[in-house]
Design a protein. Sequence first.
Lengths: 113, 114
Amino acid sequence: QQQVKQSPQSLIVQKGGISIINCAYENTAFDYFPWYQQFPGKGPALLIAIRPDVSEKKEGRFTISFNKSAKQFSLHIMDSQPGDSATYFCAASNQGGSEKLVFGKGMKLTVNP
Amino acid sequence: DAGVTQSPTHLIKTRGQQVTLRCSPKSGHDTVSWYQQALGQGPQFIFQYYEEEERQRGNFPDRFSGHQFPNYSSELNVNALLLGDSALYLCASSGSTSGNYEQFFGPGTRLTVL
Protein backbone atom coordinates (compact mmCIF):
# COMPACT_ATOMS: atom_id res chain seq x y z
CA GLN A 1 0.00 0.00 0.00
CA GLN A 2 1.54 3.24 -1.16
CA GLN A 3 0.53 5.89 1.34
CA VAL A 4 2.18 8.80 -0.50
CA LYS A 5 1.73 9.11 -4.25
CA GLN A 6 4.01 11.45 -6.18
CA SER A 7 3.68 12.77 -9.72
CA PRO A 8 5.04 13.22 -12.30
CA GLN A 9 7.84 10.63 -12.32
CA SER A 10 10.07 12.91 -14.36
CA LEU A 11 10.09 16.48 -15.58
CA ILE A 12 12.19 18.48 -17.99
CA VAL A 13 12.11 22.28 -17.79
CA GLN A 14 14.12 25.11 -19.28
CA LYS A 15 16.34 27.32 -17.16
CA GLY A 16 14.22 30.02 -15.55
CA GLY A 17 11.04 27.98 -15.72
CA ILE A 18 8.79 26.76 -12.93
CA SER A 19 8.96 23.13 -11.76
CA ILE A 20 5.91 21.70 -10.02
CA ILE A 21 5.79 18.37 -8.20
CA ASN A 22 2.60 16.99 -6.70
CA CYS A 23 1.97 14.56 -3.87
CA ALA A 24 -1.16 13.00 -2.42
CA TYR A 25 -1.47 11.14 0.85
CA GLU A 26 -4.02 8.80 2.37
CA ASN A 27 -3.36 8.76 6.10
CA THR A 28 -5.16 11.68 7.75
CA ALA A 29 -2.96 11.24 10.83
CA PHE A 30 0.03 12.61 8.91
CA ASP A 31 0.95 16.01 10.28
CA TYR A 32 4.40 16.75 8.87
CA PHE A 33 5.24 16.97 5.18
CA PRO A 34 8.89 17.47 4.13
CA TRP A 35 10.47 17.62 0.71
CA TYR A 36 13.91 16.16 0.10
CA GLN A 37 16.38 16.68 -2.76
CA GLN A 38 18.77 13.91 -3.71
CA PHE A 39 21.74 14.03 -6.05
CA PRO A 40 23.19 10.80 -7.51
CA GLY A 41 25.31 8.95 -4.98
CA LYS A 42 24.24 11.20 -2.12
CA GLY A 43 21.76 11.00 0.73
CA PRO A 44 18.51 13.00 0.62
CA ALA A 45 18.82 16.60 1.81
CA LEU A 46 15.91 18.34 3.52
CA LEU A 47 14.69 21.26 1.38
CA ILE A 48 11.57 22.55 3.07
CA ALA A 49 8.76 21.17 5.23
CA ILE A 50 5.21 22.16 6.16
CA ARG A 51 2.70 21.31 8.86
CA PRO A 52 -1.09 21.27 8.26
CA ASP A 53 -1.79 24.48 10.19
CA VAL A 54 -0.56 26.56 7.22
CA SER A 55 -1.51 26.38 3.54
CA GLU A 56 1.74 27.70 2.08
CA LYS A 57 5.38 28.04 3.03
CA LYS A 58 8.08 29.75 1.03
CA GLU A 59 11.86 29.54 1.39
CA GLY A 60 13.81 31.28 -1.33
CA ARG A 61 12.85 29.79 -4.71
CA PHE A 62 11.01 26.85 -3.10
CA THR A 63 7.33 26.99 -2.08
CA ILE A 64 5.14 24.28 -0.60
CA SER A 65 1.38 24.53 -1.12
CA PHE A 66 -0.78 22.38 1.15
CA ASN A 67 -4.45 21.42 0.71
CA LYS A 68 -5.63 19.56 3.79
CA SER A 69 -9.15 18.81 2.53
CA ALA A 70 -7.82 17.30 -0.70
CA LYS A 71 -4.95 15.56 1.11
CA GLN A 72 -2.51 16.98 -1.39
CA PHE A 73 0.65 19.07 -1.28
CA SER A 74 3.00 20.34 -3.91
CA LEU A 75 6.47 21.80 -4.35
CA HIS A 76 7.04 24.72 -6.68
CA ILE A 77 10.57 25.58 -7.77
CA MET A 78 10.70 29.07 -9.22
CA ASP A 79 13.39 30.24 -11.64
CA SER A 80 14.66 26.67 -12.04
CA GLN A 81 18.43 26.35 -12.53
CA PRO A 82 20.57 23.54 -14.01
CA GLY A 83 21.92 22.97 -10.48
CA ASP A 84 18.39 22.02 -9.40
CA SER A 85 18.62 18.91 -11.58
CA ALA A 86 18.13 16.11 -9.05
CA THR A 87 15.53 13.68 -7.74
CA TYR A 88 12.89 15.16 -5.45
CA PHE A 89 10.98 13.17 -2.86
CA CYS A 90 7.93 14.16 -0.90
CA ALA A 91 7.36 12.47 2.43
CA ALA A 92 4.90 12.41 5.31
CA SER A 93 5.05 11.53 8.98
CA ASN A 94 2.98 11.37 12.16
CA GLN A 95 3.57 13.02 15.53
CA GLY A 96 5.13 16.17 14.10
CA GLY A 97 7.78 14.23 12.26
CA SER A 98 9.08 12.19 15.17
CA GLU A 99 7.90 8.94 13.62
CA LYS A 100 8.92 7.21 10.40
CA LEU A 101 8.96 9.13 7.14
CA VAL A 102 6.83 7.61 4.38
CA PHE A 103 8.29 8.62 1.02
CA GLY A 104 6.87 9.00 -2.45
CA LYS A 105 8.66 7.27 -5.32
CA GLY A 106 10.46 10.40 -6.38
CA MET A 107 10.58 12.71 -9.39
CA LYS A 108 13.66 13.21 -11.53
CA LEU A 109 13.99 16.85 -12.54
CA THR A 110 16.18 17.94 -15.43
CA VAL A 111 16.71 21.65 -15.97
CA ASN A 112 18.16 22.43 -19.39
CA PRO A 113 20.44 25.46 -19.72
CA ASP B 1 29.41 20.87 12.96
CA ALA B 2 29.67 17.40 11.44
CA GLY B 3 26.51 16.09 9.89
CA VAL B 4 25.37 12.48 9.86
CA THR B 5 28.22 10.14 8.98
CA GLN B 6 28.01 6.55 7.79
CA SER B 7 30.54 3.80 7.23
CA PRO B 8 31.55 2.11 5.10
CA THR B 9 30.74 3.97 1.89
CA HIS B 10 30.52 0.85 -0.23
CA LEU B 11 30.34 -2.83 0.60
CA ILE B 12 30.25 -5.99 -1.47
CA LYS B 13 29.03 -9.24 0.08
CA THR B 14 27.86 -12.62 -1.14
CA ARG B 15 24.54 -14.30 -0.48
CA GLY B 16 24.20 -15.77 3.00
CA GLN B 17 26.78 -13.48 4.58
CA GLN B 18 26.16 -11.00 7.36
CA VAL B 19 26.86 -7.26 7.27
CA THR B 20 27.10 -4.43 9.82
CA LEU B 21 26.62 -0.80 8.85
CA ARG B 22 27.43 2.10 11.13
CA CYS B 23 26.01 5.56 11.68
CA SER B 24 27.00 8.56 13.78
CA PRO B 25 24.21 11.11 14.25
CA LYS B 26 24.43 14.85 13.85
CA SER B 27 25.69 16.62 16.96
CA GLY B 28 22.85 17.17 19.44
CA HIS B 29 20.63 14.47 17.93
CA ASP B 30 19.50 11.48 19.97
CA THR B 31 17.27 9.56 17.55
CA VAL B 32 18.48 7.44 14.65
CA SER B 33 16.35 6.00 11.86
CA TRP B 34 17.45 3.58 9.14
CA TYR B 35 16.05 3.43 5.61
CA GLN B 36 16.63 1.18 2.62
CA GLN B 37 16.60 2.78 -0.81
CA ALA B 38 16.43 0.48 -3.82
CA LEU B 39 17.59 1.86 -7.16
CA GLY B 40 15.03 4.29 -8.58
CA GLN B 41 12.79 4.14 -5.51
CA GLY B 42 12.08 6.25 -2.45
CA PRO B 43 13.63 5.31 0.89
CA GLN B 44 11.75 2.64 2.87
CA PHE B 45 11.75 2.84 6.67
CA ILE B 46 13.46 -0.05 8.45
CA PHE B 47 13.45 1.01 12.12
CA GLN B 48 14.08 3.85 14.52
CA TYR B 49 16.14 3.88 17.72
CA TYR B 50 15.76 6.21 20.67
CA GLU B 51 17.28 5.81 24.13
CA GLU B 52 18.95 2.59 22.95
CA GLU B 53 15.58 0.99 22.24
CA GLU B 54 13.86 0.16 18.95
CA ARG B 55 10.95 2.57 19.02
CA GLN B 56 9.32 1.86 15.68
CA ARG B 57 9.79 -0.77 12.98
CA GLY B 58 8.85 -0.96 9.33
CA ASN B 59 7.88 -3.99 7.27
CA PHE B 60 11.28 -5.71 7.23
CA PRO B 61 12.08 -9.28 8.31
CA ASP B 62 13.92 -9.95 11.54
CA ARG B 63 17.08 -10.60 9.52
CA PHE B 64 17.37 -6.84 9.91
CA SER B 65 18.37 -5.82 13.41
CA GLY B 66 19.94 -2.82 14.98
CA HIS B 67 21.49 -1.29 18.01
CA GLN B 68 21.97 2.15 19.47
CA PHE B 69 24.87 2.95 21.76
CA PRO B 70 24.96 5.35 24.74
CA ASN B 71 26.65 7.97 22.54
CA TYR B 72 23.60 7.76 20.18
CA SER B 73 25.52 6.14 17.34
CA SER B 74 23.86 3.15 15.76
CA GLU B 75 24.46 -0.05 13.85
CA LEU B 76 22.33 -1.88 11.32
CA ASN B 77 22.92 -5.62 11.00
CA VAL B 78 21.60 -7.76 8.18
CA ASN B 79 21.94 -11.55 8.40
CA ALA B 80 21.62 -14.19 5.68
CA LEU B 81 21.97 -11.67 2.89
CA LEU B 82 19.79 -12.02 -0.20
CA LEU B 83 20.35 -10.56 -3.65
CA GLY B 84 17.34 -8.32 -3.00
CA ASP B 85 19.12 -6.69 -0.07
CA SER B 86 21.32 -4.81 -2.55
CA ALA B 87 20.47 -1.15 -1.98
CA LEU B 88 21.59 2.16 -0.55
CA TYR B 89 21.19 2.10 3.23
CA LEU B 90 20.53 5.49 4.72
CA CYS B 91 20.78 6.64 8.28
CA ALA B 92 18.88 9.71 9.45
CA SER B 93 19.17 11.48 12.76
CA SER B 94 16.83 13.81 14.58
CA GLY B 95 16.63 15.50 17.95
CA SER B 96 13.83 15.07 20.45
CA THR B 97 14.72 17.80 22.94
CA SER B 98 13.98 20.83 20.74
CA GLY B 99 10.58 19.61 19.58
CA ASN B 100 11.80 19.93 15.99
CA TYR B 101 11.97 16.43 14.59
CA GLU B 102 13.51 17.16 11.20
CA GLN B 103 15.40 14.11 9.98
CA PHE B 104 18.82 14.70 8.45
CA PHE B 105 20.28 11.98 6.27
CA GLY B 106 23.80 10.71 5.91
CA PRO B 107 25.41 9.88 2.55
CA GLY B 108 24.45 6.24 2.80
CA THR B 109 26.21 2.89 2.46
CA ARG B 110 25.91 1.22 -0.92
CA LEU B 111 25.53 -2.55 -0.33
CA THR B 112 25.93 -4.95 -3.22
CA VAL B 113 25.06 -8.60 -2.67
CA LEU B 114 26.47 -11.02 -5.26
